[in-house]
Design a binder for this molecule. Structure first.
Ligand code: SAH
Length: 350
């Protein structure tokens, strides 16, 4: 390894910060050797905070109806091949109860921006889940809403909110989204969520069309300054019925490299080894954990609709029952020397 790279890695591990130019250099000049060194350090840091525990979240994909038209996303409004569905509050509650019986203590309700899910409906649902599943945490991932709405959902008992920033570069943001969406509003949402008191997750896709190391450096700088409780990163994977259908997917290699860097920037962050990572490589999620991730999110959606929540092509885990999904991930984690734990899995604030 060159002395320059060694210096960057040392400095990142010790100070948890680099300049934008240094982040870009770390990415541009990465080698298998620098990746291995970053992973070794990231795993050591994670181990000192979380041991060999991998936190598990039950993902319930509540609706694929969306008013937005994000250029990368398979459930975008203008997709005509997407078979639309939405789950009723009763169906969502049933998924949570099934998950609770399997040991899950965190549920993530994710979906498109579907106006059916009004504040009163969601507040009642959150109350019902909390009553039926004592001691559980409810995470929402339902896109951009007003501050008042976020406040109501928080007051109703929601604990966490996942809203990937998608990219911290406004020009790149504009290239990935229709004009009706704004980088400014996305950021406004994240800061509102933080101020209200949620545990907040941001995140981005790796290898999205047009993304260069300069953009990734901005994502890393944003994580350094925002200090999210969670950060979801996964490779971009093309969906055939989108404007980016013929673009190449992101790689396992760069995604894992960035997972290690993010762990070193912000040691206590909750980092999922995502389904997208498992989609582009049969053991992608295991590699993610070995690079510094510490969360997995098995699917609890009803099997009848799983195939329809197609954000990208070839998404895995669309056929299995919830119990199978959970068992599969448990075995995968055990195969690399980790164990899935089923408590709420709150972030450790150190
Ligand atoms: N509507 C919610 C949930 C979006 S789906 C919201 O706006 O937050 C969750 C994440 O899937 C998105 O934030 C995006 O980063 C990711 N995603 C969407 N399309 C993708 C694709 N083609 N490849 C990889 N990830 C994708």
């Amino acid at each position: 390894m060159t002395p320059e790279m060694q210096h960057l890695i040392d400095s990142l591990s010790e100070n948890h910060t680099l300049t934008l130019a240094q982040y870009a250099a770390l990415i541009d000049h990465r080698t298998p050797e620098t990746a291995a060194e970053l992973a070794r350090r990231a795993v050591a840091v994670r181990q000192s905070i979380y041991g060999r525990d991998v936190y598990v979240r039950g993902l319930i994909e509540i609706s694929n109806i969306c008013k937005n038209d994000c250029l990368y996303c398979g459930i975008r409004r203008s997709s005509r091949t997407c078979r639309r569905y939405r789950l009723t509050p009763e169906e969502i509650l049933d998924c949570a109860k099934e998950g609770y019986a399997l040991g899950f203590r965190t549920f993530v309700l994710q979906g498109g921006e579907d106006g059916y899910y009004t504040d009163p409906l969601l507040c009642a649902l959150i109350g019902d889940i909390k009553a039926a599943c004592p001691g559980c945490a409810v995470t929402l991932s339902l896109g951009e809403r007003s501050r008042e709405s976020y406040q109501r959902l928080f007051d109703a008992g929601a604990d966490r909110y996942l809203l990937r920033h998608e990219t911290a570069d406004p020009a790149h943001y504009a290239a990935l989204h229709p004009q009706s969406m704004s980088f400014h509003n996305r950021m406004r949402c994240l800061y509102d969520l933080r101020e209200i008191g949620y545990q907040v997750g941001c995140g981005f896709m790796v290898g999205s069309p047009g993304q260069l190391s300069a953009q990734l450096a901005q994502d890393l700088k944003f994580i350094e300054t925002f200090r999210p409780d969670m950060c979801g990163i996964g490779p971009f994977v093309p969906h055939h019925d989108t404007p980016f259908g013929d673009k190449p997917a992101g790689t396992v290699e760069l995604t894992c490299f960035l997972l290690s860097v993010i762990r070193l920037i912000h040691p206590p962050v909750l980092l999922p080894a995502t389904t997208a990572l498992g989609t582009i490589h049969p053991t992608g999620r295991e590699w993610g954990i070995l690079a510094g991730a510490n969360v997995v999110m098995p699917n609890l959606s009803p099997v009848a609709v799983r195939g329809d929540y197609q954000l990208y092509d070839n998404k895995i885990c669309t056929g299995e029952e919830s119990a199978q999904c959970r068992g599969c991930l448990e075995r995968r984690m055990e195969s690399i020397g980790y164990r899935v734990v089923t408590h709420r899995g709150d972030v450790k604030r150190i």
